[in-house]
Design a protein. Structure first.
Length: 165
C-alpha cells in the first residue's frame, strides 16, 4: 500500500514537470549572432551597422492561455546601410555568403522579389540548429543599398520568461 501511494505521488509530481526553456539564452545568442554577422559585412564602401535587437516569438498553441510549455524561439535583426552606393548591397551579400559558407553554414535561396534577394543559411551549433537569412538588393534596383540580417534560434518552450510579459 505504501509503495502504491509513493508511485501515485511520483506520477502526479512528474505531470507538473515542464521542459526546460532556453528562450532567454537563445535571445542573447540570436542577438550576438546577428551582430557578428553584420560585423562580417565589407566596409568598402563604409556601411553603418544598426542592431534592431532580439525578440521572443511564440508558435501555435492550443489555447489563448500563456503556458510555460508553449513552443517558442528567438530571433534578432540587424542591418548594414550603404546608402546609395550602387552595387554595395549585392557585393556585401556575396561577401557574406562566402564568409558564412566558409564557416560551415549551408546555403539556400529563400526568395527573390522585386530586386530583393533573400538567402538562408543553416548550421548546427552545439547540437542546436540555427538559421541566418541575408536579404540583399540587386545592383540595378533603385532601392537603398542595404543588407538585412535575420537570425532564428532553434525551437524551445516559452518557460517562465519575462520577455513576453
Amino acid at each position: 500500500m505504501v509503495a502504491l501511494i509513493a508511485l501515485i505521488s511520483l506520477v502526479i509530481a512528474g505531470c507538473g514537470v515542464q521542459p526546460k526553456s532556453r528562450l532567454d539564452e537563445y535571445l542573447e545568442q540570436s542577438a550576438q549572432l546577428a551582430r557578428e554577422t553584420a560585423e562580417m559585412a565589407p566596409q568598402d564602401p563604409p556601411g553603418t551597422i544598426i542592431e534592431e535587437g532580439a525578440e521572443a516569438r511564440i508558435g501555435d498553441t492550443q489555447s489563448a492561455e500563456r503556458k510555460p510549455s508553449d513552443p517558442a524561439w528567438a530571433q534578432a535583426r540587424a542591418r548594414v546601410e550603404y546608402g546609395a552606393v550602387e552595387g554595395a548591397s549585392a557585393a556585401a551579400g556575396a561577401a557574406l555568403a562566402e564568409s558564412l559558407e566558409t564557416a560551415g553554414w549551408a546555403p539556400g535561396r529563400v526568395r527573390e522579389v522585386d530586386g530583393q534577394v533573400a538567402d538562408g543559411y543553416r548550421k548546427t551549433i552545439d547540437g542546436d540548429r540555427w538559421y541566418i537569412e541575408i536579404v540583399w538588393t540587386r545592383p540595378a534596383s533603385a532601392d537603398a543599398q542595404n543588407i538585412l540580417i535575420l537570425t532564428v534560434s532553434p525551437g524551445t518552450t516559452r518557460g517562465d520568461t519575462e520577455v513576453l510579459g
